[in-house]
Design a protein around this ligand. Structure first.
Ligand code: DAH
Length: 349
């Protein structure tokens, strides 16, 4: 057996390889299960003991030599392939991405979290309802009958499909229908907030066709207007982080409350910046009142025993106020630069 000849032959073949795949094929041909060297080692069994010893040792060192040749060639091919890739590919997809736009929490999401946390600390739990509502839950049950002018206060999006009363479904124009859904499902006392999306056909710098409200509802045997005012003032102090907040409640009208009010927060512009809680300018942030007994009766609540208050607050409004943002549409623009500048890091929480 001419070991030198095998080594020479292997060396030549290895040298000729120009890719890792080609080299792998040659390696199998020599060192694989049915490879040349493996076959040679197998043939040792036919030799005499003396020959076995000397030929065995030579074959083993041949195997080691060839293995080394493969390793060296493999390494040099790898370096060559990387170098040629670096030369030809201007885009290195294995390179880690630059940290250009760190992920941020949207201001509305932050407001949602804060609203839930503040009212949560006052004992409110979170209730939910669907964005697509029936005419009954969105209007009639809330004491807004058909042809009532209050329906025109809210430019409704109607859906091209009708419910069991043969009325078109609507995109809910407010979160108030969650009051009805909750009262029909739970026995008083009821103490819930319902944050969520609402829809009206309206669009300018302070109105968006989709916006956010939080509804509040507290029904028990004795809750009164004073509790309502105290609750809302306390919420504003905590949310806006202003202790001496100047607020006012203005008489208003909603079909589902009696008496009804709107709450305004005082503000002034100092050095071109909005300053909350002081000054002579007023911003309306919510509607509220004592729940109209008609609404409670629609939900089979005994009005000889129970009473309570409700409120509905614009979440986009209070977010804009808190952070001095002027255009509601920027919330929904999907602009990454905007969210990078106006969003919050998880660490800010
Ligand atoms: N649903 C009213 C709106 O969107 C806001 C509102 C006013 C909600 C008074 C209430 C309330 O719960 O008591 O304009």
């Amino acid at each position: 057996m001419d070991i030198k000849k095998v080594l020479n032959e292997a060396t030549k073949q290895i040298e000729r390889c120009s890719s890792q795949q080609e080299l792998q094929n040659v390696k199998v041909a020599y060192l694989g299960k049915k490879g040349k060297i493996t076959e040679l080692l197998k043939s040792l069994k036919d030799l005499s003991l003396e020959e076995k010893k000397s030929t065995g040792a030579k074959l083993n060192s041949l195997r080691t030599d060839i293995d080394d040749l493969f390793k060296n060639k493999f390494n040099s091919l790898k370096v060559k392939e990387i170098n040629s890739k670096l030369k030809n590919e201007f885009l290195d997809i294995s390179f880690p991405p630059p940290n250009l736009i760190p992920s941020k929490v949207h201001p509305i999401s932050k407001t949602f979290d804060e609203v839930i946390s503040i009212f949560g600390s006052m004992g409110y739990s979170v209730a939910e309802g669907p964005d697509i509502e029936t005419d009954y839950y969105n209007f009639s049950a809330l004491n807004i009958p058909e042809n009532h002018p209050a329906r025109e206060m809210q430019d409704t999006f109607y859906i091209d499909d009708t419910d069991k009363d043969n009325k078109p479904y609507v995109l809910r124009t407010h979160t108030s229908p969650v009051q009805i859904r909750t009262l029909l499902n739970e026995k008083p006392p009821v103490k819930i907030i319902a944050p969520g999306r609402t829809y009206r056909c309206d669009s300018d710098s302070t109105h968006s066709p989709m916006f956010h409200q939080v509804e509040g509802l507290f029904i028990n045997e004795s809750t009164n207007m004073g509790d309502l005012k105290g609750t809302l003032i306390e919420f504003c102090k905590q949310y806006f982080n202003v202790q001496n907040l100047k607020v006012r409640f203005r008489p208003s009208y909603f079909p589902f409350t009696e008496p009804s009010a709107e709450m305004d927060i005082a503000y002034e512009i100092v050095n071109n910046k909005i300053h909350l809680g002081t000054g002579d300018l007023w911003l309306e942030i919510l509607g509220c009142g004592m729940v109209n007994p008609t609404v409670l009766e629609n939900c089979n609540v005994d009005t000889n025993i129970y009473q309570g208050f409700a409120f509905g607050m614009g979440l986009d409004r209070i977010t804009m106020l808190k952070y001095g943002l002027t255009d509601i549409r920027s919330f929904f623009s999907g602009n990454l630069n905007w969210i990078a500048n106006n969003g919050f890091s998880i660490g800010d929480y």
